[in-house]
Design a protein around this ligand. Structure first.
Ligand code: SF4
Length: 238
């Protein structure tokens, strides 16, 4: 079902519509629905999205930012990836400083945010408990990610993987979408790590913009500025 719908999507618009209507993973469907009903106290008066969260950004992006999965009270609430939580606050502020977003904030799907040259999406499209999708959920969701890559492939030059999960999810997607082989052994994730495989976009590693990383100073705004500056240069935008 996921494979057929993903491979049959002729455009990002069609893909996004199919993704938002996916019910393939029983545990994640139950979780996203339950979160949308119980809600966090501070958002009790809001209607949660409670569904899979599609990618966001222009179809002709040169840079992709690959995350893990939507946050329970962020993307799962607002319906837009990295929107409405602290991780998104950090990410979109950095994209704005880099000239890749028209505003530094991302609070709701209708807040006017627009990305330039950049599309943001996640390896898994539903919020998972404890931010940990099961391997079978990752694999079930992979066709959405791979089809998205195929659709942005004509312009895509650089992929920024946020965290080790996204870094690991990149390799099978790269093989499927680009038909090229990764280095052996596969390069390890690290902040600032860079891998160039002929025929595929350059891969850059970046610590995830999670509160755990940003509150502790493991990931700082200058570190993000460095990664996005490099991404722009590699994409021919600087
Ligand atoms: S995680 Fe992916 S495959 Fe599973 S229900 Fe959500 S969108 Fe569908």
């Amino acid at each position: 079902m996921v494979v057929a719908q993903a491979t049959g999507a002729a455009s990002l618009t069609a893909l996004d519509a199919h993704v938002a209507d996916c019910f393939a993973c029983p545990r994640l469907v139950a979780w996203r629905t339950d979160i949308a009903v119980t809600r966090r106290a501070s958002f009790r008066d809001q209607e949660y999205w409670g569904r899979p969260v599609p990618g966001f950004g222009p179809a002709d992006a040169e840079i992709a930012i690959l995350g893990l999965a939507p946050a329970a009270h962020g993307g799962n609430r607002t319906g837009r990836i990295f929107t409405g939580d602290r991780s998104g606050d950090v990410l979109f502020a950095a994209l704005h400083r880099a000239g890749l977003a028209n505003q530094p904030t991302s609070v709701a799907a209708d807040d006017g945010l627009a990305l330039r040259h950049t599309r943001v999406f996640s390896a898994v499209r539903c919020a998972p408990p404890d931010n940990k999708p099961l391997p079978e959920e990752r694999d079930t969701c992979a066709p959405w990610f791979r089809r998205e890559l195929e659709l942005v492939r004509p312009t895509l030059r650089v992929v920024v993987a946020l965290g080790a999960f996204a870094w690991a999810a990149w390799w099978p997607a790269m093989i499927a979408a680009y038909g090229v082989r990764p280095p052996v052994p596969r390069p390890k994730f690290g902040h600032g790590a860079q891998v160039s495989v002929p025929g595929a976009p350059v891969l850059l590693g970046c610590f995830h913009v999670s509160q755990q990383n940003t509150f502790t100073g493991r990931l700082t705004p200058p570190m993000l500025d460095d990664v996005f500056g490099r991404a722009k240069a590699l994409a021919g935008l600087a």
